[in-house]
Every structure is written in C-alpha cells, then in structure tokens.
Design a protein around this ligand. Structure first.
Ligand SMILES: CC(C)(COP(=O)(O)OP(=O)(O)OC[C@H]1O[C@@H](n2cnc3c(N)ncnc32)[C@H](O)[C@@H]1O)[C@@H](O)C(=O)NCCC(=O)NCCS
Ligand SMILES: Nc1ncnc2c1ncn2[C@@H]1O[C@H](COP(=O)(O)OP(=O)(O)OP(=O)(O)O)[C@@H](O)[C@H]1O
Length: 196
C-alpha cells in the first residue's frame, strides 16, 4: 500500500535536505525526519552497538556518533552491520508515523536520506534536493571539519546525486546561495500543492 499523501524528500549527503525541509515547514508542511528517528533508535541500541563494534563506541550509555561515523564511513562491512541493526527499526517507525500523517490527509514530507538506497518506502512522489558533488563535498568539509579523503568516503557511501536526480518527480536545485534555495523551495511547494 502506497502512502497517498506522502512526498519523499531525499538527496545526497550535505546536499541541503534539512535546510530545504526547514523552509518547507514555513509553508505549513508537516515533516517526518528519518535522521531524527535514526538518532533516537541508535541511542536505544547503545548496548548492541558496543557488542558489535566495541565498548569504545559507547560512553556513559550514549553512542559516540563521531567515532561511529569514522568507522562506518570507512568500512563497508561495518556500515552493513549497522544498517542491518537499525534500518528495519527506522523503517518501522517511519511507516508508523506515515500512517498517522496519511490519515490526516496531505501533503506531508518524509525526509529520508537513503530513500533510493534502501528502496523500501511505498511513496510515489519524490523531491531530490540537488547540489553537484563538488558542492556537496565543500559543504560537508565545512560543516563537519572533515579532510578531503573522509568527505570522499562519505560521498561514496551513497548513490551518486546525478543518478538520484534522474529519478526525481521534482528537483529542488540547491547549487547556489540560500536566496536561490528559498525561491526553489517556494516553486516546488506550489507544484506539490497544485499537483493534487
Ligand atoms: C553513523 C552515524 C552515527 C553518524 O552520525 P552523524 O551525527 O555524524 O551523522 P548524521 O546522523 O547527521 O548523518 C548525516 C548523513 O549521513 C548520511 N548517512 C548516514 N548513515 C548512512 C549510511 N548508513 N549510508 C550512507 N549514508 C549515510 C545521510 O546522508 C545522513 O543524512 C549516523 O549517521 C547513523 O547512525 N547512521 C546509520 C543510520 C542511517 O542509515 N541513517 C540514515 C537515515 S535513514
Ligand atoms: N545554498 C546553500 N549555500 C551555502 N550553504 C548551504 C546551502 N544550503 C545548505 N548549506 C549548508 O550546507 C550544509 C549541508 O546542508 P544540510 O545540513 O541542510 O544538508 P543535508 O542534506 O540535510 O545533510 P545530511 O545528509 O548530512 O543530513 C549545512 O552546513 C548548511 O548550512
């Protein structure tokens, strides 16, 4: 069963999904945030994380996200293990929240960074927040203080942004400044509401 009123929002790492969602919120759209759900679930799974990867990844009962990020973006096998632990639970919670929002009617946004990678969400309309790979990399390095190599590893952990762009129902172009992103977001908000 597809979620009739849902619009998925995805993109690449640091392409501007959260920034675009904050702007869409200003138009009154409801947002389900997969990263926030994933954060909560990871905290609940601290014991399992320690068992899988070692006690050094947990301090005072909380997962050391920075340290875990360094591991999982440089080690494909570890990333797979973390995904096997978290993704079914993340999916379950997103589906639960989408059922609630679908009953309320639409449209509403489901911000899922790995929408195409997981391929497991019954949502037909998809916004891709687009910025070219080099721009993603620059913003990622600035935001996280990463080195070039670490940023490349994070980009390589996802389907390339050009591929995602081709599969979009709508593209929000975030290759320029924030003023431009505001105009893009308004344009897509109008298209979402007019397409119904
Ligand atoms: C590894 C973790 C602890 C790093 O935390 P950190 O605070 O540094 O990053 P944050 O959670 O803000 O994620 C930033 C971005 O990284 C990308 N990302 C996260 N996990 C993955 C992954 N498994 N594969 C590819 N990209 C990923 C997404 O674009 C996400 O938006 C965290 O990303 C995590 O728990 N990942 C596994 C859960 C997951 O797959 N989340 C993606 C959303 S469903
Ligand atoms: N148009 C823009 N111009 C300059 N900086 C921007 C622009 N859009 C977003 N940024 C900055 O780039 C970084 C990435 O943006 P944001 O956090 O919204 O991306 P994201 O896709 O949600 O990232 P992630 O995949 O890591 O969750 C942030 O530091 C944000 O402030």
């Amino acid at each position: 069963m597809a979620f009739k009123h849902a619009v998925a929002l995805t993109g690449g790492i640091a392409s501007g999904k959260s920034t675009a969602c904050n702007l869409l919120k200003l138009y009154g759209l409801r947002i389900i945030d997969a990263d926030a759900i994933a954060r909560q679930i990871l905290d609940d799974e601290a014991d399992a994380v320690a068992e899988l990867f070692g006690d050094e990844y947990v301090a005072d009962g909380k997962v050391d996200r920075k340290r875990l990020g360094q591991l999982i973006f440089s080690d494909k096998e570890a990333r797979k293990q973390l995904e096997v632990l978290l993704h079914p639970k993340i999916r379950e919670e997103i589906v639960r929240q989408s059922e609630v929002q679908d009953r309320l009617g639409g449209p509403y946004i489901v911000d899922i960074p790995l929408f195409f990678e997981t391929g497991s969400y019954p949502i037909e309309k998809v916004i891709v927040v687009y910025a070219p790979r080099e721009t993603q990399k620059k913003r990622l390095i600035e935001r996280e203080g990463l080195g070039e190599e670490e940023a490349e590893a994070r980009l390589n952990a996802q389907i390339d942004i050009e591929e995602k762009r081709k599969k979009a129902t709508w593209v929000i172009d975030n290759s320029q400044n924030l003023k431009h992103l505001q105009r893009e977001t308004e344009r897509i908000f109008n298209q979402i509401t007019n397409s119904r």
